[in-house]
Design a protein around this ligand. Structure first.
Ligand SMILES: Cc1cc2nc3c(=O)[nH]c(=O)nc-3n(C[C@H](O)[C@H](O)[C@H](O)COP(=O)(O)O)c2cc1C
Length: 281
């Protein structure tokens, strides 16, 4: 594998070297030349310029030394499926079966959006088969919002309990992640742990919005748990439970709600809930 050259934090040279070119626009290049291309990684990844035809494998190899472009592709496919195709999931397995029965060798898949799968079409077919059946990984997402960090403190303690049991989990603050990116994560997670403070006798608006979006996308085979901090009535937790039941979730635990700022014992209960969640996989 060719190596990239890091120029600065997040900025890499990923071009190619043409040692043998001896002429460039009419003047001599006795030492050859470079075709410079740069990979800039920040919130998103950008490739600035590319290389001369014939040198693409060298450039791709340098990119692969930093990141796997094929992964990126599957991530985008998951995002599309999670946000657009999920409600149509039951239609997909019979359709794939029908195409298989026709016995047509699939060389390439050219969809109406996105990349054309000119190689490894079986990879995306397998992914669509799994996603449309609700097959997900042994992963837990802790999705929450918070006004004054009490619900966030609970989220971190629940995560600690899940991690202690050796299960992969991720904290997702709903105001710091777009709902379409959250859906990509939801697609591949078996358990959703949803947290909200109680506000005006209900769920915090951003969490409620996500639940409404999720309901419309009709997720399959999810397990769920609700949690959150409250002041007096604590109406958010039963409301989250109702929303999850309405989507056919298997409820692992009645949920954990606690008054105002979590104390030491409260946090121990959060860790214990995390362990229980991990054990339910
Ligand atoms: C504007 C506002 C409205 C609230 N309404 C309720 C309510 O209806 N019922 C309740 O139990 N707590 C209510 N609370 C209290 C919060 O749920 C409580 O402060 C909680 O600890 C906040 O959690 P957080 O730190 O995760 O934001 C309200 C708080 C605020 C600021």
């Amino acid at each position: 594998m060719e190596k990239s050259v890091q120029l600065k934090d997040g900025v890499y040279w990923v071009g190619a070297i043409d040692w043998n070119v001896r002429e460039f626009h009419g003047y001599t290049t006795s030492r050859g030349t470079t075709y410079n291309a740069y990979l800039v990684r920040g919130e998103k990844t950008a490739l600035v310029d590319t290389v001369k035809a014939g040198f693409f494998p060298e450039m791709f190899s340098r990119i692969e030394s930093i990141m796997n472009p094929a992964e990126t592709v599957m991530g985008e496919a998951a995002k599309y499926f999670g946000n657009i195709l999920m409600p149509l999931a039951p239609l997909i397995p019979p359709l794939l079966k029908k195409v298989k029965k026709m016995g047509i060798p699939i060389e390439m898949i050219a969809p109406s959006h996105g990349i054309i799968w000119r190689s490894y079409p079986e990879k995306i077919i397998q992914a669509y088969t799994d996603w449309s059946k609700g097959i997900a990984d042994d992963r837990v997402l802790i999705i929450y919002d918070t006004m004054w960090q009490s619900t966030e403190t609970m989220a971190k303690a629940i995560s600690q309990g899940i991690s202690a049991a050796g299960v992969e989990n991720k904290l997702i603050h709903v105001r710091k992640n777009h709902r379409s990116d959250i859906m990509k994560e939801i697609l591949s997670a078996k358990i959703l742990v949803i947290g909200s403070p109680t506000i005006n006798e209900g769920i915090f608006p951003t969490v409620a919005e996500l639940l409404i979006y999720l309901k419309g996308l009709r997720p399959l085979k999810k397990k769920g748990v609700a949690f959150g901090s409250y002041g007096w009535g604590g109406e958010a937790i039963p409301a989250i439970n109702d929303a999850m039941k309405g989507m056919g979730f298997e409820i692992i635990d009645p949920g954990l709600s606690l008054m105002y700022v979590p104390g030491e014992e409260d946090l121990e209960n959060c860790v214990a809930l995390g362990e229980k969640i991990a054990a339910s996989l």
